[in-house]
Design a protein around this ligand. Structure first.
Ligand SMILES: C[S@@+](CC[C@H](N)C(=O)[O-])C[C@H]1O[C@@H](n2cnc3c(N)ncnc32)[C@H](O)[C@@H]1O
Length: 281
């Protein structure tokens, strides 16, 4: 699939997934997002860009971390978070959530990771679980390097190795039923040393990385199916399935999770993430 088409599939898919994403993923992704934010070590007053921000699960806590405390004493400057995503629905969601949460230091910009149309420079660039969907992740990292000030920091996370992600059969099951090829290189960045190597090739120094094993817990079939088919990158393909194709794809997916079924009828699916961080010299 060419890059333009991949971006179109992603944009339309995530525009659909926005309404379901948090319900199915907010608990599941928390450990990886916490580790990313810890690696970023944000400080009050810092300006941050969050690339592929989704609904703001990382952007909003980041905005709270860089805001000046509302206490007595001389008022310090609030840092700002510029939340960017390819999906306009995601960007609208982040803006709405920032507003309803009383966060006045969040800006939303709709742009692809490979071409950031933002005003830098930033102190910190974040990209949480977005790079696997980008047709040219190396280009996206060069863009993050470009918009950082010298000495600025980057922290990026991706899913880990395919064999350690119990849900990995999903893409094949969907691709067999619709010519979607959702994310051709999804697990490529999760291999040993790959993400850290990409950061170094983009020009970052002091690069470190950490692998994190977690489990994705689903209470029942509906939750497992919803997370995979409604709240993620195959949402567009799923919307085009007729009812019998959808039922067959869902059945195949649940069969692929059979080893992870719990006694209570839910699932405990292994998942792995890689977090890498570094600095622009
Ligand atoms: C799994 S979500 C991650 C959202 C958020 N960062 C988080 O940790 O919850 C992936 C996001 O990547 C975005 N995305 C996919 N391709 C992109 C691209 N080429 N440029 C920018 N964002 C992209 C999607 O729209 C989606 O919001």
């Amino acid at each position: 699939m060419d890059a333009k088409r991949q971006r179109l599939v992603q944009r339309r898919g995530w525009n659909r997934a926005v309404a379901h994403y948090d319900r199915y993923w907010s608990q599941q992704l928390l450990p990886a997002q916490h580790l990313l934010l810890r690696a970023a070590a944000l400080e009050v007053g810092e300006d941050v860009i969050d690339v592929a921000c989704g609904t703001g699960m990382v952007s909003l806590p980041a905005a709270a971390s860089v805001a000046a405390p509302r206490d007595t004493g001389p008022r310090r400057r609030d840092g700002r978070v510029t939340a960017t995503d390819l999906s306009s629905a995601m960007v609208a969601e982040v803006r709405a959530r920032a507003e309803s949460g009383g966060l006045t230091n969040v800006d939303g910009v709709c742009c692809p990771a490979e071409k950031l149309t933002v005003d830098g420079p930033f102190d910190v660039a974040l990209c949480s679980l977005g790079l696997m969907y980008v047709p040219d992740p190396a280009r996206a990292l060069v863009e993050m390097h470009r918009v950082l000030r010298p000495g600025g920091r980057i922290a990026v996370s991706v899913w880990g190795e395919r064999r350690r992600c119990g849900w990995a059969a999903l893409f094949g099951i969907v691709d067999a039923r619709v010519a979607s090829d959702v994310c051709p290189l999804f697990f490529a960045l999760g291999g040993p040393g790959v993400l850290a190597g990409q950061l170094e090739r983009a020009g970052f120094s002091d690069v470190c990385h950490q692998r994190l094993s977690t489990s994705l817990d689903y209470a029942n079939d509906d939750d497992a199916v919803g997370a995979a088919f409604l709240g993620g990158p195959v949402a567009l393909a799923n919307a085009h399935f007729d009812p019998s194709t959808r039922a067959a794809a869902e059945r195949d997916y649940l069969d692929s999770l059979a080893d992870y079924r719990t006694d209570s009828g839910g699932y405990r699916v292994p998942g792995e993430f890689v977090i890498a961080w570094g600095r622009r010299p």
